[in-house]
Ligand binder design. Structure first.
Ligand SMILES: C[S@@+](CC[C@H](N)C(=O)[O-])C[C@H]1O[C@@H](n2cnc3c(N)ncnc32)[C@H](O)[C@@H]1O
Length: 255
């Protein structure tokens, strides 16, 4: 793992040159047991509102076969399982075996356990045939992948013609009145949370990685262009919480 990230010293500043494919799965393996708790703390619970917005706007229909890319601890997979109903199915893939282990426990304990299966797989080389799914979804993954365009191309490959795509990800707030406090939060509050987490025996790496991973991630308009360039149609985006998070949706051409 990159030393700056491992030691929580990554305030300095560049994500360029980090080998994401090497350390991202290790990082999530390390934090898997605390991931849901940290998510709750770091987002101050707003994650629930983002989930509600995702449910309203993602356009995944009942009965769909859906792929959840970078499913992690299966939060989105379980939401999708609720949405697709008894005739639908959700397949979650993730690189991190430890995140999947936590996710499998949650799936087993859920009333939707028969609708969800989780397996290891790489967003850059999805282990599925072309056109296997009616829809693909992903939450807070795309800024972690080593090659965004390749991940988008893989989505286009595994979703059937006319299928649906919904990508939720952190973004860059357009208004400086939001952007400035947001950057302050990233640079000052998150490291402090990291220090408290370290004192409580939790790993600090994610607090350091989060701002770095966003540095090289495109803004909402640029992300929409990348999705269109990958072959997606009707690409739309909805900024949530003043643009801190963005939900991108699209259809694939009916061919
Ligand atoms: C921030 S977590 C998000 C997890 C989950 N989607 C959620 O919303 O809670 C990012 C997840 O993406 C996974 N990931 C990162 N790069 C990946 C890749 N190339 N292929 C598959 N999963 C990946 C990580 O292992 C991690 O579980």
């Amino acid at each position: 793992m990159d030393e700056r990230v491992r030691d929580g010293q990554a305030r300095a500043p560049s994500a360029a040159g980090l080998d994401k494919s090497a350390f991202v799965p290790q990082l999530f393996d390390r934090i898997a047991d605390h991931y849901d708790l940290m998510n709750l703390i770091m987002t101050a619970g707003v994650w629930r509102r983002w989930q509600a917005a995702f449910r309203r706007r993602c356009g995944v229909p009942a009965g769909a076969q859906v792929l959840d890319i970078g499913c992690g601890t299966a939060e989105l997979s379980l939401l999708l399982a609720d949405m697709v109903g008894p005739d639908g199915r959700v397949c979650g893939v993730d690189l991190s075996e430890r995140m999947l282990e936590v996710g499998r426990r949650k799936v087993e304990a859920s009333p939707h356990r028969d609708r969800v299966r989780l397996r290891q797989g790489d967003a850059l080389e999805l282990p599925f045939e072309d056109g296997s799914f009616d829809a693909a979804a992903s939450a807070f993954v795309m800024r972690n992948v080593a090659d965004l365009d390749r991940a988008l191309a893989e989505i286009v490959r595994v979703v059937r013609p006319g299928g649906r795509v919904a990508i939720l990800e952190l973004s860059h707030p357009p208004a400086s009145v939001v952007r400035v406090p947001y950057l302050l939060y990233f640079r000052h509050v998150l490291p402090q949370l990291g220090r408290w987490a370290a004192r409580a025996g939790l790993p600090v790496a994610p607090y350091a990685w989060l701002p770095l991973s966003l540095q090289t991630f495109p803004g909402a308009e640029a992300m929409a262009q990348r999705m269109a360039a990958a072959g997606m149609e009707e690409v739309r985006f909805h900024r949530l919480t003043a643009g801190i998070v963005c939900l991108h949706t699209a259809h694939l051409a009916r061919r």
